[in-house]
Design a protein around this ligand. Structure first.
Ligand code: SF4
Length: 255
C-alpha cells in the first residue's frame, strides 16, 4: 500500500543509543500540548514550521520520503537490534503520519518505538499502538495540581491512558520514563505515590529514571521564551540512587 500522509519533522537523529534498544533513528516531530518547565526541545512545541529571525525549525516530509530515509539505516538496525523511535514534541499530535510510517517500517522488518507523554485523546493512542513494539510513556509528576503547574495540564488523561495501555493485550513493551527534577518530583511523598501507581499497573516492562539536565536552555533565549527553572541543578548520583531506592520498594525493574 502506498503511504501518502505527510508530517512536520523537527529533526532526525541517527544512531542514538538513548531512545530504545540498539541503535535508533529518532524522528523528532513538531507540536506538543504540554509546556514542561524542564523541556529541552521548546523549538518542537508549536505545530508546523517555526520561524524566528535567525532560525527555522521543522520541515515537511511524506511518509514515503521518511521511510526512504529510514531504510538507509537498516544495516545499523540489523546489527544492533535497533530500529526507529518517534519522539518530539508529542508524536500523537501527528498520529496519522506516525501510524503510516510505523506500519511501513514494520512491513520492512524494522522495529518501532514511540516516546510520548500520552497527553492526548485515547483515539489517537489506539490508532498508533498496534504498530509499535515499544512505548516509552513519560510520567512528569504524579500529583494533578503539580503536573498542571509545571506542564500546563493536569495528568488525569495521562494516567488513564497509561492504565489503558497496560490493560491492553497488545504485545508491546511498556516502559515508563520519569525525569527526576530536584525540588519538583523527587520528594519522598511524590516518589511513594508514583511507586504505588506503577505497582498497580498490570503490564509494565520497566521504569527508567532519568536525571534532569539543562540541555536546550539556550534555545529558550533564541525563541524569546523564559526558562522557568534557572536555579535547578541536575540531581547528584546519591539523589538518583535515593529516588531509585524509594521506587524499588514498589517495583523491581528500574533502570
Ligand atoms: S512533553 Fe516533551 S516535548 Fe512536550 S513540553 Fe514536555 S518535555 Fe517538551
Amino acid at each position: 500500500m502506498r503511504q501518502t500522509s505527510s508530517g512536520t519533522i523537527l529533526r532526525l537523529e541517527r544512531s542514538s543509543i538513548h531512545d530504545g534498544e540498539g541503535l535508533r533513528t529518532v524522528i523528532f516531530l513538531k507540536g506538543c500540548p504540554l509546556r514542561c518547565a524542564w523541556c529541552s526541545t521548546p523549538e518542537g512545541w508549536l505545530p508546523g514550521i517555526t520561524e524566528t529571525e535567525t532560525a527555522s525549525y521543522g520541515y515537511i516530509m511524506t511518509a514515503d520520503e521518511l521511510l526512504a530515509e529510514i531504510v538507509k539505516d537498516e544495516i545499523f538496525f540489523f546489527h544492533s537490534d535497533g530500529g526507529i523511535t518517534f519522539s518530539g514534541g508529542e508524536p500523537l499530535c501527528q498520529a496519522e503520519f506516525v501510524t503510516d510510517v510505523a506500519a511501513g517500517a514494520r512491513k520492512l522488518g524494522i522495529s518501532t518505538a514511540m516516546e510520548s507523554s500520552l497527553c492526548y485523546p485515547w483515539q489517537a493512542v489506539e490508532k498508533v499502538l498496534p504498530h509499535l513494539d515499544a512505548l516509552y510513556a513519560d510520567l512528569k509528576h504524579i500529583d494533578p495540581e503539580q503536573h498542571k503547574f509545571y506542564t500546563g495540564q493536569d495528568n488525569r488523561r495521562i494516567l488513564e491512558n497509561i492504565r489503558r495501555v497496560s490493560d491492553s493485550d497488545l504485545p508491546l513493551q511498556l516502559i515508563i520514563r520519569m525525569v527526576l527534577v530536584p525540588g519538583i518530583n523527587d520528594d519522598e511523598a511524590t516518589l511513594r505515590q508514583t511507586g504505588e501507581f506503577l505497582q498497580s499497573l498490570h503490564n509494565l516492562t520497566r521504569v527508567e529514571l532519568l536525571p534532569y539536565h539543562r540541555l536546550g536552555v539556550g534555545t529558550y533565549a533564541k525563541l524569546g521564551l523564559r526558562y522557568r527553572l534557572p536555579e535547578t541543578k541536575a540531581p547528584s548520583q546519591p539523589e538518583l540512587q535515593r529516588g531509585k531506592a524509594i521506587l524499588s520498594q514498589y517495583i523491581n525493574n528500574i533502570k
